[in-house]
Ligand binder design. Structure first.
Ligand code: NAD
Length: 496
C-alpha cells in the first residue's frame, strides 16, 4: 500500500475505545473517557473508556467466574492450542488494520508495524498454542510404595500490565503463555496505546476464547494498574514497563495477597566494540541501526556504546553516517524509517537530555533537535553524544528515545567494568574476533542477554529478561510458561 492508501484508510477508521469485560464491549461505569491522541500529527483517534477500580472488580470477577467454571482452564491442551492458533490466523488476516492502529496510536513506522509487530504477535500465539500440548508433567523417583505426581496447574486469574513501545507484542508475550496454560486474563494496556489490545480481545473471542476469559481494561496506571496490583482476587500480575513502576507492583503485592509478580523493566544496555573485531564499520553500522530502531524506544536499546579508543574515531564516523538512514518522517509512508515518539510529554523529557548531556560535559555530535514540529507530531532527530563518561546522567538514566552515548575506554577489563556500572542488566553486546575475549566478556557482564558480534537477534525459543533492576523472571520460550503455573505435588500411597 502507498502512503496515500494508508492515509485514506486512517481517515475512514471507526475506532471503538470501550473496554472489553465478560465478552462485551463496555463503557466505564463512570462513563468517563480520555482522548487517544495520535503522536503522528496530534489528531484525535477516539475516546477511550476511563476505567477505575470498580471496572477492574468486574473484569476480575468475570475472569474468576470463567476460571472456576473450567470453560477454558478445564479444556484439553489440544483444544486450547486450536483456539490460539486460530487467533494467530486472525491476527495475520487483520494485519493491515492492526498495523495501522499501532502506528497511529504510538507513532512507529507502518513498515515496522506490519513486518515486525503484527508478524511477531501472531507468531507468539502460534508458538505457545503449538507448545502447550507437548509438555508433560512428572512422576518423581520416590520409594516403590508411593507415587508422587508433580503437576503444573494454571495460577487462576492473571493480570498483565504492559507499556506502549510494542503495545500488541508486549501484551502477546504475556497473554499467549497465560492463556495457553489455562488461566483467565485481565490485560491493561498503557493509556498511550490501548487500541490494538482492544482489537486483540475481540479477535480472541472470534477465535473461540470463551467470553470472560480474556478481558481488557483501559485507563490510567495509578488507577487501573494499581487496582489490579492491589486486587485480592488476582493470583499473578505480570508487568512490562519502567523500573519505578515495577517497584510499585512489588509493594502492591506485599500490601494485598502476595500475588505472584513478574517484572520486565528498563535497561541501559552496554554495547562494547573492541579493536579485536575485524570489521569496525559493520559493528558501528549495526550499533546505530539497533539504537535508532523504533525511535530508540526499546528496553534493549544499546544506548551506551563502549568503544576501545583505538577504533573510536572510525566508529563515530560510521555511526553518524548510518544515523542519516533514520530521518524522522511520516509514519504512514512505507519508506519512513523513523517515526514519532509516543507523546509530547515523553518528547520533552527526551529532548531535556540534550541540556543534561551538555551540562555534564558530553559532546553533542549529531541531532539533539525537534523535527517536523509543523505537523503537530512528536519527532526527534537521531542524536549522538560523544566522550561520555559513564557517571554522566545520559549514561546512567534510561532515555527511551533516539539518543546514543559513546564512551571511550582503554582496555577490555575497563569495558566490562563500565558495562556493569549500571543499576540495569537487560541486554549487552561485545564485538571481537578473539574467542577467549568473547567468552571473558560475556561471562563478565551481568545481563540477561549478551550478543556477540550481533545485536537484537530474536526468536520465540529464547528467554528474554534482565538481571539487577531490569526485572524478575523471563518472557518468551518454554521458561515463560512456568510463570503462569503453580507446581502441585500429589502423594499417593501404593503399598500397605
Ligand atoms: P510505565 O512503567 O510508565 O508504564 C507501564 C504500564 O504501567 C502502563 O500500562 C501504565 O499505565 C502502568 N502504570 C503506570 N504507573 C502506574 C502505577 N503507579 N501503578 C500501576 N500501574 C502503573 O512504562 P512505559 O513508559 O509505558 O514504558 C517504558 C518502560 O518500559 C521503559 O522503562 C522500558 O525499558 C520498559 N520496557 C521493558 C521491556 C522489557 O521486556 N524489559 C519491554 C518494553 C518496555
Amino acid at each position: 500500500m502507498t502512503r496515500e492508501d494508508w492515509h485514506n484508510r486512517a481517515a475512514s477508521l471507526q475506532i471503538d475505545g470501550r473496554g472489553l469485560i465478560d465478552g462485551k464491549r463496555v463503557a466505564s461505569l463512570s462513563e468517563e473517557t480520555f482522548a487517544s491522541i495520535s503522536p503522528i500529527d496530534g489528531r484525535l483517534l477516539t475516546d477511550v473508556a476511563l476505567m477505575g477500580a470498580q471496572d477492574v472488580d468486574l473484569a476480575v470477577a468475570s475472569a474468576r467466574r470463567t476460571f472456576e467454571a473450567g470453560v477454558w482452564s478445564g479444556r484439553a491442551p489440544a483444544e486450547r492450542k486450536a483456539v490460539l492458533r486460530r487467533l494467530a490466523d486472525l491476527i495475520r488476516a487483520h494485519r493491515d488494520e492492526l498495523a495501522l492502529l499501532e502506528t497511529l496510536d504510538m507513532g512507529k513506522p507502518i513498515s515496522d508495524s506490519t513486518s515486525i509487530d503484527v508478524r511477531a504477535t501472531s507468531n507468539c500465539f502460534d508458538w505457545y498454542g503449538e507448545a502447550i500440548d507437548k509438555i508433560y508433567d512428572e512422576v518423581a523417583p520416590t520409594a516403590a510404595n508411593t507415587l508422587a505426581l508433580v503437576t503444573k496447574e494454571p495460577l487462576g486469574v492473571v493480570a498483565a500490565v504492559v507499556p506502549w513501545n510494542f503495545p500488541m507484542l508486549m501484551a502477546a508475550w504475556k497473554v499467549a503463555p497465560a492463556l495457553a496454560m489455562g488461566n483467565s486474563v485481565v490485560l491493561k494496556p498503557a493509556e498511550q496505546s490501548s487500541l490494538t489490545a482492544l482489537r486483540l480481545g475481540e479477535l480472541a473471542l472470534e477465535a473461540g476464547v470463551p467470553p470472560g476469559v480474556f478481558n481488557v481494561v483501559t485507563g490510567l496506571g495509578p488507577e487501573v494498574g494499581r487496582a489490579l496490583g492491589l486486587h485480592m482476587d488476582v493470583d499473578g500480575l505480570f508487568f512490562t514497563g519502567s523500573t519505578q513502576v515495577g517497584k510499585y507492583f512489588m509493594e502492591y503485592a506485599a500490601q494485598s495477597n502476595l500475588k505472584k509478580i513478574g517484572l520486565e523493566l528498563g535497561g541501559k544496555s552496554p554495547n562494547i566494540i573492541l579493536k579485536s573485531y575485524r570489521d569496525t564499520a559493520h559493528a558501528a553500522q549495526t550499533s546505530a541501526r539497533s539504537a535508532f530502531f523504533n525511535q530508540g524506544e526499546m528496553c534493549t536499546c544499546p544506548s551506551r556504546l563502549i568503544v576501545e579508543r583505538a577504533v573510536h574515531d572510525e566508529v563515530v564516523e560510521v555511526l553518524t553516517k548510518t544515523a542519516a538512514e533514520f530521518v524522522p518522517g511520516d509514519p504512514l509512508d512505507p519508506a519512513t524509517t523513523m517515526g514519532a515518539l509516543v507523546d509530547h510529554r515523553h518528547t520533552e523529557r527526551v529532548l531535556g537530555f540534550v541540556d543534561t548531556a551538555r551540562e555534564d560535559g558530553a559532546d553533542l555530535r549529531l541531532g539533539g533537535t525537534r523535527e517536523r514540529a509543523e505537523t503537530g507530531g512528536c519527532y526527534v532527530a537521531p542524536t549522538i553524544f560523544d566522550n561520555v563518561r559513564n557517571e554522566m546522567r545520559v549514561a546512567q538514566q534510561e532515555i527511551f528515545g533516539p539518543m546514543l552515548s559513546v564512551i571511550p575506554v582503554d582496555s577490555v577489563d575497563e569495558a566490562i567494568k563500565v558495562a556493569n556500572d549500571s543499576c540495569y542488566g537487560l541486554a549487552s553486546a561485545v564485538w571481537t574476533d578473539d574467542l577467549s575475549t568473547a567468552h571473558h566478556v560475556s561471562r563478565g557482564i551481568r545481563a540477561g542477554l549478551v550478543y556477540v558480534n550481533c545485536y537484537d537477534c530474536d526468536d520465540m525459543t529464547v528467554p528474554f529478561g534482565g538481571f539487577k533492576q531490569s526485572g524478575i523472571g523471563r518472557d518468551k520460550s518454554l521458561h515463560a510458561l512456568d510463570k503462569y503455573a503453580e507446581l502441585k505435588t500429589t502423594w499417593i500411597a501404593l503399598g500397605r
